[in-house]
Design a protein around this ligand. Structure first.
Ligand SMILES: Cc1ncc(C[n+]2csc(CCOP(=O)(O)OP(=O)(O)O)c2C)c(N)n1
Ligand SMILES: [Mg+2]
Length: 322
């Protein structure tokens, strides 16, 4: 990498924490995948590997009073908000110690105490939930509501209803579109007319497209979007250009990707980019190596604890009431 004198990381300590968080998300996903292949994970999974800069960049700006709605690709969103990694892993393993008692699985995690109001399996469902949260917040604590969603969600009708509603009522809503170029196995261009950004802009909602592999670029752009919403000016929209390093879900080898595309994006791995930038700006390689080791050790302990955790009690059908 060529040396530049310009600093882009406004706070080295903060970005070192973000680096740790991104490593934890990547390692968590690798662990979930390996446990999935061993038949230990109940239900399906959609992994966030490659997209870590988006969740960590946005979450680094959120306050206690804010609320977040995530997608079925939501492990990274949850971890970035501070959901206990062991409880999240235990949830994947359907254990009683899971963040939702082992009954939500990968796709439907909630953790109100961590500001996560839900993870939504319905494409674009997070937008509707966050719009409702923004309405409530505008009348109570004054926090902002953030929705994460994919490029595929932009072709759902209710996205426009929500955007329109939020703009008319000037709700504190931040929409974060993670454009990872595919909806399941279909390339973005094959199903999407025009530019994503142009759609919110048509309603007067400020929108920015940002390099979603660079956590500091995400943070800068998200800061503008959040400030707009927090300031009572209505919703703001962020499109983060990113890429998932793995298939859509469990059974997808990703064969529809053009040759070389994955390698091109992997060359801009958000974790590697941040590490290079941290070193460029004075972080010691030995310190970053130590963080990598700590995270790897933590994940190994989590795996052991998770597999030893109890399953929830199964109630007999007679105990269920209408
Ligand atoms: C309303 C609805 N339609 C279809 C599906 C099936 N489905 C699940 S994920 C997905 C692709 C969504 O792609 P995108 O929004 O880009 O998110 P990504 O998976 O890339 O993160 C589809 C069509 C669904 N879950 N909900
Ligand atoms: Mg997508």
């Amino acid at each position: 990498m060529s040396r530049t004198s310009a600093r882009v990381l406004d706070d080295l300590e903060l970005y070192t924490r973000i680096f740790r968080q991104m490593l934890l998300i990547r390692g968590f996903e690798d662990l979930v995948q390996s446990l999935f292949l061993k038949g230990e994970v109940y239900g399906t999974t959609h992994l966030y590997s490659g997209q870590e800069a988006v969740a960590t960049g946005v979450a680094s700006l959120l306050e206690e009073r804010d609320r977040v709605a995530a997608t079925y690709r939501g492990h990274g969103h949850a971890l970035a908000l501070g959901v206990d990694p062991q409880a999240l892993l235990d949830e994947m393993l359907a254990r009683a110690t899971g963040v939702n008692g082992g009954r939500a699985g990968s796709m439907n995690v909630t953790s109100p105490a961590d500001r996560l109001i839900g993870s939504f399996g319905i494409v674009g469902g997070s937008i509707a939930a966050a719009t409702g949260a923004a309405l409530a917040l505008s009348r109570t604590t004054g926090g902002v509501a953030v929705a994460y969603f994919g490029d595929g969600a932009m072709n759902q009708g209710y996205v426009f209803e929500c955007l329109n509603f939020a703009q008319v009522l000037k709700l504190p809503l931040v929409l974060v579109c993670e454009n990872n170029r595919y909806g399941e196995y279909t390339p973005f261009e094959a199903v999407t007319a025009g530019e994503i950004r142009a759609r919110p802009e048509a309603m007067g909602v400020p929108a920015e497209t940002v390099d979603g592999m660079s956590v500091w670029r995400v943070r800068e752009a998200a800061a503008r979007a959040i400030a707009h919403a927090r300031g009572g000016n209505g919703p703001a929209f962020l499109e983060a250009l990113t890429y998932r390093f793995v298939g859509h879900s469990r059974s997808d080898p990703g064969a529809y990707r053009p040759e070389g595309e994955l390698d091109e994006w992997r060359a801009r791995d958000p974790i590697v980019l941040l590490r290079m930038q941290l070193e460029e700006e004075g972080a010691a390689a030995s310190e970053l190596d130590a963080i990598e080791q700590e995270v790897a050790d933590e994940l190994e302990r989590m795996r052991e604890r998770g597999l030893a955790a109890p399953f929830p009690e199964v109630l007999p059908a007679s105990e269920f009431k209408d």
